[in-house]
Design a protein around this ligand. Structure first.
Ligand SMILES: Cc1cc2nc3c(=O)[nH]c(=O)nc-3n(C[C@H](O)[C@H](O)[C@H](O)COP(=O)(O)OP(=O)(O)OC[C@H]3O[C@@H](n4cnc5c(N)ncnc54)[C@H](O)[C@@H]3O)c2cc1C
Ligand SMILES: *[C@@H]1O[C@H](CO)[C@@H](O)[C@H](O)[C@H]1NC(C)=O
Ligand SMILES: *[C@@H]1O[C@H](CO)[C@@H](O)[C@H](O)[C@H]1NC(C)=O
Ligand SMILES: *[C@@H]1O[C@H](CO)[C@@H](O)[C@H](O)[C@H]1NC(C)=O
Ligand SMILES: *[C@@H]1O[C@H](CO)[C@@H](O)[C@H](O)[C@H]1NC(C)=O
Ligand SMILES: *[C@@H]1O[C@H](CO)[C@@H](O)[C@H](O)[C@H]1NC(C)=O
Ligand SMILES: *[C@@H]1O[C@H](CO)[C@@H](O)[C@H](O)[C@H]1NC(C)=O
Ligand SMILES: *[C@@H]1O[C@H](CO)[C@@H](O)[C@H](O)[C@H]1NC(C)=O
Length: 568
């Protein structure tokens, strides 16, 4: 609790021994529940944030007690897979393995563990709440965690015994008819989004103006939090570039509690770091200004192909990779899923003449049903992106499972020149339904995602990639250590296959990656110089590592559980 600065003064003056003990203690974060008895400290803090301090319990706590309140408990169970509801809960994550709060019966009563859920949180709505929270966490050397929606696949938005800065209720959106950038460019219809806004909010609101922004595939993912700061891909990124390519300006509170503007002219290094260098690392992003576009019409195809014979399946994957190669010369984009002997996909293309779009698709995807091959295929026309989004992408807001991922970016040259090898790799790396695994292809890179390559900290592998492949492994409800270990191995096995075609620079998308990735610095961030530059920027703005999260820049200086600095 004694700040190290005053400790050094004491050190110079009198008692060197005691001081080193204090410093050693200072190596570790204080646990916030240790402040519970000192109610006055928390009361004072609460007053500084307009009474918005929350005592947080995991959502499972609704099923605690004796007797259990069955209405409350059943309601939580009914919302279990509802991503919208989950994002409204300070005590929930979207993947429940990060909550880690199971319930047990003890002494005739059900008790649910706090698990990885923070003890206290701040329901921030104003800039002042964010600044006061940062000051409080600094002063008492607390573990601070930032959360918008809890979608994080690395569990970066929750931690035991921490203080949660919850940004979910900072919901404003503003249309800026003419935005004058600092470098002199005039952008029409830019939007300013606050930290709590989710992509579903943005798409719905912009539809009123016949506009669209470049965001993710799921309505519940946060617009400017971890998604944007980690790069951001989506159904329109081939058409207009990655989400980070759309940013004109950020507002951020750094570890010193100061609100800063970051754009091409002011704090340019911070502006660079925030566009791809990862969430939760450089400060708390309060708002971002993004470009928008006139909403395109959308032609789409949703299809599912299933075969009885393994040879048929291999042939279909071969045809599919060749089709993808040709289709990728146009703005067609989308998602494909492979497990067992099933291939299913949702593909879309913005603008153009619908009958010509579909004619091209039919030419490139000549699949024929046979006695052993079942094909289901539907073609759609939507007048706007929002119509497409509502109709086709709405299932992506189902969460609440326990899931771990692995991922690799696949270079465009591989898709262009090694289609047979690619098909063979998909076959080997695919999921197994009975093992609750799935291989997911994202045709979201290439075209404008490559050519709009402005100077950002996004892993440069994204600019050469065409596909982002994700292997998703679900875990059983109450996973044992063996289940975790076996999931880790399955992911490793599948990613090993992908590595054979991922080229010299093995890269993973940090937002949809394996939390157990070895050499995550290179895999997530790219060249060493890149990581090095990010670390210098982080040190500059966060010298005391207030913002530390799993596999985030600078986290290698901390112990595995991120509670203490490494001894060096
Ligand atoms: C169902 C689902 C669908 C997805 N779809 C896509 C997709 O289409 N495209 C894609 O690119 N990714 C997608 N993702 C991955 C997504 O990008 C990551 O989960 C990302 O971390 C989500 O960011 P968030 O802010 O919503 O989540 P959170 O879990 O709240 O935060 C993620 C990280 O960012 C930090 N953070 C959050 N807000 C801020 C802030 N304002 N300032 C500083 N740090 C902050 C947190 O501390 C944490 O480290 C999807 C994930 C899920 C679960
Ligand atoms: C998912 O989002 C869509 C809108 O995008 C909404 O209609 C649907 O109710 C949502 N489902 C859940 C479970 O939240
Ligand atoms: C999901 O949660 C949201 C927010 O609480 C709610 O409006 C919606 O009705 C829920 N959807 C379902 C299917 O329960
Ligand atoms: C979940 O909690 C158990 C028991 O405290 C712990 O051993 C385990 O490491 C935790 N798992 C995660 C993913 O945090
Ligand atoms: C957080 O604040 C918002 C806005 O004031 C409020 O609607 C919501 O109920 C609060 N949530 C909690 C858990 O206190
Ligand atoms: C990109 O921006 C960073 C940070 O501002 C800077 O250090 C670097 O020199 C720039 N690189 C190029 C190629 O302009
Ligand atoms: C679309 O293309 C078809 C075939 O080339 C043509 O007949 C039709 O008129 C075009 N439609 C529009 C709206 O241009
Ligand atoms: C399915 O999962 C089990 C248990 O995790 C594993 O032993 C088995 O090898 C998996 N099957 C395949 C074909 O990978």
């Amino acid at each position: 609790m004694i700040p190290s600065a005053s400790c050094f003064i004491v050190l110079l003056l009198v008692i060197p021994l005691k001081c080193s003990e204090i410093l050693a203690k200072h190596r570790c974060r204080n646990l916030i529940n240790q402040y519970e008895p000192t109610k006055s400290i928390l009361d004072k803090f609460n007053a500084s944030i307009d009474g918005r301090l929350l005592r947080i319990r995991p959502i499972t706590a609704a099923c605690e007690g004796n007797p259990v309140d069955m209405n409350a408990c059943n309601f939580v169970l009914s919302q279990w897979t509802n991503a919208t509801w989950r994002s409204d809960q300070p005590g929930a994550m979207q993947s429940t393995n990060w909550e880690n709060s199971s319930c047990i019966e003890e002494f005739d009563k059900i008790a649910c563990a706090q698990g990885n859920i923070p003890e206290f949180g701040v329901n921030a709505t104003r800039y002042k709440h964010v600044q006061e929270t940062i000051r409080f966490a600094n002063r008492y050397n607390l573990r601070l965690v930032i959360k918008t929606t809890g979608h994080d696949y690395l569990g970066r938005s929750t931690a035991p015994n921490s203080l949660l800065l919850w940004l979910h209720h900072m919901k404003e959106m503003t249309l800026i008819k003419r935005f004058q950038s600092c470098s002199g460019e005039t952008i029409t219809n830019a939007i300013r989004l606050m930290a709590g806004v989710q992509w579903g909010d943005v798409y719905k609101w912009l539809a009123n103006y016949n506009l669209v922004a470049i965001g993710g595939a799921s309505s519940t993912v946060g617009a400017i939090g971890g998604y944007l700061q980690g790069g951001g891909h989506g159904p329109l990124t081939r058409w207009q570039g990655m989400a980070v390519d759309q940013v004109l300006e950020f507002e951020i509170v750094t570890a010193d509690g100061i609100i800063r503007r970051a754009n091409e002219c002011e704090n340019a290094d911070l502006f660079w770091a925030l566009r791809g260098g990862g969430g939760g690392t450089y400060g708390v992003v309060l708002s971002a200004i993004l470009r928008t576009y006139v909403s395109p019409s959308i032609s789409a195809v949703v299809s599912s192909i299933q075969t009885e014979h393994v040879q048929d399946y291999q042939r279909i994957l071969n045809e599919f990779t060749q089709s993808i190669r040709s289709l990728s010369d146009t703005y067609w984009s989308g998602y494909f899923y492979m497990s067992d002997q099933t291939l299913s996909f949702a593909l879309l293309v913005p603008n153009g003449n619908h009958s010509e779009n579909i004619a091209l698709y039919n030419r490139l995807f000549p699949y024929k049903a046979t006695s052993s091959v079942t094909i289901k295929s539907d073609q759609y026309y939507f007048a706007s992106f929002y119509d497409f989004f509502r109709a086709i992408m709405s299932d992506t807001n189902l969460t609440g499972g326990k899931v771990l991922l692995g991922s690799r970016l696949i270079p465009e040259t591989v898709v262009k020149h090694q289609t047979h090898l690619l098909a063979r790799t998909f076959f080997q790396a695919r999921g197994i339904t009975k093992n609750q695994s799935l291989l997911i292809g994202h045709l979201v890179a290439g075209k404008q995602a490559s050519t709009k390559s402005i100077n950002t900290s996004l892993n440069p592998a994204w600019r050469k990639a065409l596909l982002h492949m994700v292997y998703s492994q679900s875990l059983p409800n109450e996973p044992s250590n063996r289940d975790f270990e076996s999931a880790r191995l399955q992911i490793h096995k599948s990613v090993n296959h992908l590595e054979a075609i991922a080229g010299d620079e093995q890269s993973s998308y940090m937002n949809e990656a394996d939390a157990n990735e070895v050499d995550w610095q290179e895999k997530y961030f790219g060249p060493r110089e890149h990581y090095h530059r990010l670390k210098i920027i982080k040190r500059n703005f966060d010298p005391n590592d207030l913002f530390i999260c799993k596999n985030c820049v600078g986290s290698e200086d901390w112990t595995e559980d991120l509670s203490c600095r490494n001894n060096k």
